[in-house]
Design a protein around this ligand. Structure first.
Ligand SMILES: CC(C)(COP(=O)(O)OP(=O)(O)OC[C@H]1O[C@@H](n2cnc3c(N)ncnc32)[C@H](O)[C@@H]1OP(=O)(O)O)[C@@H](O)C(=O)NCCC(=O)NCCS
Length: 145
């Protein structure tokens, strides 16, 4: 199934999002990408705004916005990739950053996903680096323009 999906995106705090968001993150980052399980949840979850993309009754993707303007933990379940779910999540998180008056949003992109973020206007900053055993590129987008 690779038609266009039209997910609803809901934003919320960690206590109400934790169960569904962590299930997606463990499936994508730990099971699929081999990120160590003890690195997946961190102290930033409690302080972040979380997004869940929902199709029908199923949560199929997630991401988070930290109070310092960093977006992270963007994950879409494999069967729904390439159908617009990631775009809907990123759009909702950037809109929330604007609503909060943030002037810049930043993220550490896995290098394979750099093109995804570039489409939204994120630009690379600095050299590539390794995090959780995977190559990353810092990127940011100016919201003040
Ligand atoms: C990266 C990820 C979140 C993208 O989500 P997605 O739902 O597949 O993306 P979408 O279908 O919304 O794609 C939006 C646009 O970006 C493009 N795109 C998606 N992934 C891309 C990639 N890896 N490189 C370049 N372009 C990409 C799509 O073709 C689409 O372009 P279009 O608007 O011209 O049709 C998803 O692939 C994912 O969860 N991957 C595994 C986890 C991961 O690596 N997360 C990133 C951590 S930084």
């Amino acid at each position: 199934m690779k038609g266009a999906a039209s997910p609803g995106v809901v934003l919320g705090e960690w206590p109400e999002m934790a169960e569904q968001a962590s299930a997606i993150r463990f499936k994508v980052f730990v099971d699929e990408q081999g990120v160590p399980a003890d690195m997946e949840l961190d102290e930033f979850d409690a302080a972040s705004c979380h997004a869940l993309a929902v199709i029908g009754a199923q949560a199929v993707g997630t991401g988070r916005l930290l109070p310092d303007g960093h977006i992270g933990r963007m994950a879409v379940l494999e069967p729904w990739r390439g159908t617009g779910v990631g775009a809907a999540l990123l759009g909702a998180l950037v809109a929330e950053a604007r609503r909060r008056g943030m002037r810049v949003v930043a993220l550490n992109a896995q290098t394979h996903a750099q093109g995804f973020y570039s489409r939204f206007g994120f630009v690379p900053t600095g050299p590539q680096f390794e995090e959780a055993g995977l190559p990353h590129q810092a990127m940011e987008m100016n919201l003040a323009e």
